[in-house]
Design a binder for this molecule. Structure first.
Ligand code: AMP
Ligand code: MG
Length: 347
């Protein structure tokens, strides 16, 4: 049971119109006060993505970006029997040859597993499946089942070397926490290669921008979703960057009056109860922002702030379960909040 049925219906309707094909997915091109604006959409990685590009090369750029996203989805899908991740998950411990992109992303994920003290763990797939988060057939597994499944986890058990990957027999990978951010980086590169210098990519709420501003000189304005409702908690004004949010509201189910959310604490194998309702990361690389949005959500407010102080190089907006908003000082002046309860986090 996904929260927003209306959104699901809308996505389904758009899907029918668009037939998901990257090749024919450029939707429209228009001239707005002399600035040509093209937009296109694609359904990939379980989400509806839209790209808006300005300038004469927009259409070509969008087509290239859509192809890139579709190509990466084919490599990283857990359900597509031809994907590299599917091959690894069904390898019974044998070595699997992988593309350079997959090798690089797995190495990144293993590195981030260490840096986040295990909060980001791409090997939770068996546990996520037991909860039904991968299938929509939701259930609450019992303690014994969870602890048995947790024995299979551990991104540090993945071996990646020279284009070959191996995992212990029952360990399985799910790139859901980082694939969209990484696909956004690749899509942005594809747009730039076609000469696009101003564009906005919305990958299911993950925003990535190209260029410091729109051609008319206005900066990008990104609404930050209210985790407790359909509105926004404020608006962030940015140049070229990624703005990526993780929140329990994105996927959850309710059983016997208890709400179970899709981001798991790898320590317990249960939905993370860290006191955070959403985490937005702002930085230059989508992949890194995506990895951090998930893992800092697991860590909770204090550890997330400590991680930020130690690692720098990004900004964040945290919303706590009681509605408090915490904004790091690098973006505090660029965030117009709708809430009175804002704390600026300093180094
Ligand atoms: P995101 O929306 O980027 O935060 O990614 C959430 C998705 O990542 C979930 O739907 C799961 O597929 C997966 N996931 C959940 N918990 C974790 C975790 N602690 N580490 C890595 N992936 C996770
Ligand atoms: Mg993420």
């Amino acid at each position: 049971m996904k929260k927003n049925l209306a959104a699901g219906v809308l996505i389904a309707a758009l899907l029918m119109l668009n037939s998901c094909s990257a090749d024919k997915a450029v939707d429209s091109t228009a001239n707005v006060s002399g600035d040509k604006k093209s937009s296109g959409s694609v359904f990939a990685m379980d989400t509806y993505m839209t790209i808006t590009a300005y300038g004469n090369n927009g259409k070509k750029g969008i087509e290239a970006a859509q192809k890139e996203i579709t190509r990466l989805e084919k490599l990283w899908s857990v359900t597509d029997e031809n994907s590299e991740i599917y091959a690894i998950n069904h390898s019974s411990g044998a070595e699997v040859p992988v593309s350079a992109e997959t090798e690089e992303l797995l190495k990144f994920a293993i590195d981030m597993h260490g840096k986040t003290n295990g909060a980001l763990d791409i090997t939770l797939y068996p546990v996520l499946r037991a909860w039904g988060f991968t299938t929509g057939e939701y259930r609450v597994p019992d303690d014994g089942e969870i602890s048995e499944l947790l024995e299979r986890k551990g991104a540090d058990k993945i071996t990646v070397d020279n284009g070959k990957v191996s995992v212990p027999e029952k360990t399985e990978i799910d790139l859901g926490a980082i694939a969209k951010g990484c696909a956004g980086d690749a899509a942005a590169r594809a747009l730039k290669e076609q000469g696009v210098t101003s564009a906005l990519l919305d990958l299911g709420g993950n925003i990535q921008t190209i260029g410091d501003a729109k051609p008319d000189g206005t900066k990008w304005k990104v609404g930050i979703r209210d985790p407790f409702g359909d509105g926004s908690i404020g608006t962030l004004t940015v140049g070229e960057c990624a703005v990526i949010t993780s929140g329990g509201y994105e996927r959850f189910f309710e059983q016997d009056g208890v709400i179970y959310k899709h981001i798991l604490d790898p320590e317990t194998g249960r939905p993370a109860e860290s006191g955070l309702a959403s985490v937005t990361i702002i930085g230059s690389e989508g992949r890194m922002c995506d990895a951090l949005s998930t893992s800092l959500y697991v860590m909770g407010l204090d550890d997330a702030c400590a991680y930020w102080r130690d690692n720098g190089d990004f900004d964040m907006i945290l919303v706590t379960d009681d509605g408090g908003v915490y904004v790091t000082d690098g973006i505090a002046e660029r965030f117009a909040s709708n809430s009175e309860d804002v704390t600026v986090v300093e180094r």
